[in-house]
Design a protein around this ligand. Structure first.
Ligand SMILES: [Zn+2]
Ligand SMILES: [Zn+2]
Length: 665
């Protein structure tokens, strides 16, 4: 099936990359790595032109570009990259680069990349600073992740558009240009709305005739058809996927209307590309969670086309032979459609009350089938099982709720069908097919042409693909990029405003958070010693920090009160009272605003471990707004890897990071 194992048939690609900052200046002396499937294939430091040493890869390879992190060691992925020509040259713009913050007088030294800064003084405004520095208020705001209208705090250090090193050596002569394409002009990132949504800009050079419309063809159109599949489907029999058809236009319209909140036109200008790139960031979906769990394949099968290689049922008298191809990865249109499913569930159809919970099952190869005594073949790259929750419940939806998700979201919005009656649509198992507590969705009914190897991916970069705006540059669609002006998405803005981080004094443990804690604590009707040897009752409610036997001997008053046991109702009230104490501890210890789910996760952690002050590293990260770093610390609080605690911490991390309340354990 896949020829990815046979390099002799692959076309070599000579790759050149130049790294530039958001204002178009080349970045010198920046440590970089190019990885493929996690393995480093090239590394070094950018030269005087911001270029990396050219290296040889393959056409169609799924590469990841890493640069050193801002203000810490370690590398951060900034882009994915798919070379599709034998001579492949690209400029990558990234604001996520190593920046050395010094005073305004520091112009840097040769070979080093230094960020010019300004320290805010009394009376400063962004426009005053901008005028003095020969830039714009918008550029400074963008660079510093703030709004033009934000109040400036005295002594705040503002990053300024970069200055070239003062005594930089003359740049080396540019290598002879082998590529036929003209150099790619890179513009500053287009101005963004508050939430990163493309903002309406009056752009004199916007030539609407450059926008992509029905009848156009090209690689970027194939990407549109894959990425927009969840907005009603994009396959038209007899037409290639790289053609912009009426069905593509209909999907674009649905995306414009529902996601972008603009008047649907059905043609693609820069704004739609930017919005699709944003859509990718807002609805992340992890390919790692879809990997096969057989422990025999690398996560996506071996490319077997039948069951013969795994000797299924060899121990039985009759050896049965099944046919079914292990496709080379997960189908990209299927994965992208799940972003649409998440968007509709969370935003457009929020009033239905459902929440996307997780991928319950992804890839299942023949080895996995053997393990489970199954011979189904849908899950060999073409199917996903998803779970949802409803309201504040933490358990997955079942029965009529799952039917409703199928009909009101997958059929109505994504254009899926119940069963497998028609071709070229997403297909859903029905309740009578057994899918009573999950949504099984597959691309089994896609025609062969739309199940070609290149539509399957085994890496996150491969499934996500390159940012479309980058692709438009590579295809020299500059007029199109100039048209990147659309109003912000109103639906998203409303949701976002409601979900800004809040001051902890205004937060309480949510019902979902309390239910989560309860689900993780076993119910003890009689007093029992917990894992730390403390006498406990009900749902993990502490009686006193001694063994029950010691308290019994002491006739400890709290022990006396509970020694005859407790009802479940009373235990729940006791839990609520005890948790209230933990909530106060969190409120006293946290000095930065939090999302509800971050607050809930911290309460769960503190309740489970008996406090938060014993985790100074976590707290110092949190209180300096290093939310992600603080969340990472959860993983270390497992009492040396106790399996129950590892699971609970992972669930709390999911809550903190992804707003997913999963008490399955
Ligand atoms: Zn497997
Ligand atoms: Zn399934």
């Amino acid at each position: 099936m896949s020829n990815k194992e046979a390099p002799s048939t692959d076309l070599a690609s000579e790759v050149k990359v130049k790294l530039i900052d958001p204002l178009g200046n080349s970045i010198e002396g920046l440590k970089y790595q190019i990885r493929e499937g996690g393995k480093i294939v090239a590394k070094g430091v950018t030269d005087g032109n911001g270029s990396i040493t050219k290296f040889v890869s393959r056409v169609g390879a799924q590469l990841e570009v890493y640069v050193e992190r801002f203000a810490s060691d370690g590398m951060k992925q900034i882009r994915t990259l798919v070379p599709w020509a034998e001579n492949f040259s690209v400029k990558l713009a990234s604001g996520k680069v190593k920046q050395t913050i010094k005073s305004t007088t520091d112009k840097g030294s040769p070979g080093e990349y230094k960020r010019k800064t300004h320290i805010v003084k009394s009376g400063d405004t962004l426009s005053k600073i901008a005028a003095k520095e020969g830039t714009t208020a918008e550029a400074i705001a963008r660079l510093n992740g703030m709004r033009v209208t934000d109040v400036l705090a005295i002594d705040r250090v503002l990053k300024l558009p970069v200055d070239k090193p003062a005594q930089s050596p003359a740049p080396a002569a540019a290598p002879a240009a082998k590529e036929s394409k003209a150099p790619i002009p890179i513009k500053p990132e287009p101005s963004r709305g508050e939430n990163g949504t493309p903002k309406e800009t009056v752009n004199a050079s916007c030539d609407k005739s450059a926008c992509i419309k029905v009848g156009d063809t090209g690689p970027i159109i194939e990407e549109l058809n894959i990425r927009l599949f969840g907005f009603g489907g994009t396959i038209v029999p007899g037409k290639k996927w790289n053609e912009f058809t009426d069905k593509t236009a209909a999907a674009v319209k649905q995306f414009q209307k529902d996601y972008m909140g603009v008047t649907p036109t059905g043609s693609v200008c820069g704004g739609v590309l930017l919005a699709l790139d944003e859509f990718l960031r807002k609805y992340p979906i992890s390919l790692a969670t879809m990997k096969c769990e057989c422990n025999k394949c690398n996560g996506f099968g071996h490319g077997y086309t039948d069951s013969s290689k795994v000797e299924m049922y060899a121990n039985k008298a009759k050896k049965t032979h099944y046919t079914g191809t292990e496709f080379p990865g997960m189908h990209r249109a299927l994965v992208w459609s799940m972003r649409a499913a998440q968007f509709y569930t969370k935003v457009k159809d929020a009033e239905l009350g459902f929440h996307y919970l997780k991928i319950a099952s992804g890839y299942r190869c023949w080895q996995h089938n053997k393990l489970k005594g199954r011979h189904t073949t849908n899950h060999m790259g073409n199917a996903l099982d998803l779970q949802f929750t409803k309201g504040s419940a933490t358990r997955r939806c079942e029965g009529a709720d799952v039917d409703k998700i199928r009909s009101d979201i997958f059929v109505k919005r994504l254009g899926a069908q119940l069963g497998w009656g028609a071709v070229n649509k997403l297909s859903l198992e029905r309740a009578e097919d057994g899918a009573t507590s999950w949504v099984h969705v597959d691309v089994r009914q896609f025609g062969t042409e739309w199940k070609a190897d290149r539509y399957y991916a085994t890496t996150q970069g491969g499934v996500d693909g390159m940012p479309l705006i980058e692709m438009a540059r590579l295809e020299s669609r500059f007029k199109l990029i100039n048209c990147a002006g659309v109003p912000p998405s109103k639906e998203e803005d409303k949701k976002q405003a409601a979900s800004d981080r809040k001051d902890v004094s205004n937060l309480e443990l949510s019902d979902k958070g309390l239910a989560f804690i309860k689900d993780w604590e076993k119910f003890g009707e009689k007093p029992y010693d917990d894992s730390e040897g403390y006498c406990t009752i009900g749902f993990g409610s502490l009686i006193a920090k001694k063994k029950c036997s010691v308290l019994a001997a002491e006739k400890h008053p709290r022990y006396e009160k509970y020694k005859d046991g407790i009802t479940k109702d009373a235990a729940e009230r006791l839990l609520a009272a005890n948790v209230a104490g933990t909530v106060e501890v969190i409120k006293e210890s946290v000095s930065v605003p939090l999302y509800q789910q971050e607050f809930d996760a911290l309460v769960s952690l503190a309740f489970n471990t008996g406090g938060i002050s014993k985790f100074p590293k976590l707290m110092s990260k949190l209180n300096t707004k290093d939310y992600s770093g603080a969340c990472d610390e959860f993983a270390d609080i497992t009492n040396h890897g106790t399996s129950g605690l590892v699971k609970r911490r992972n669930a709390e991390i999911k809550m903190f990071r992804n707003n997913v309340y999963d008490s399955t354990h």
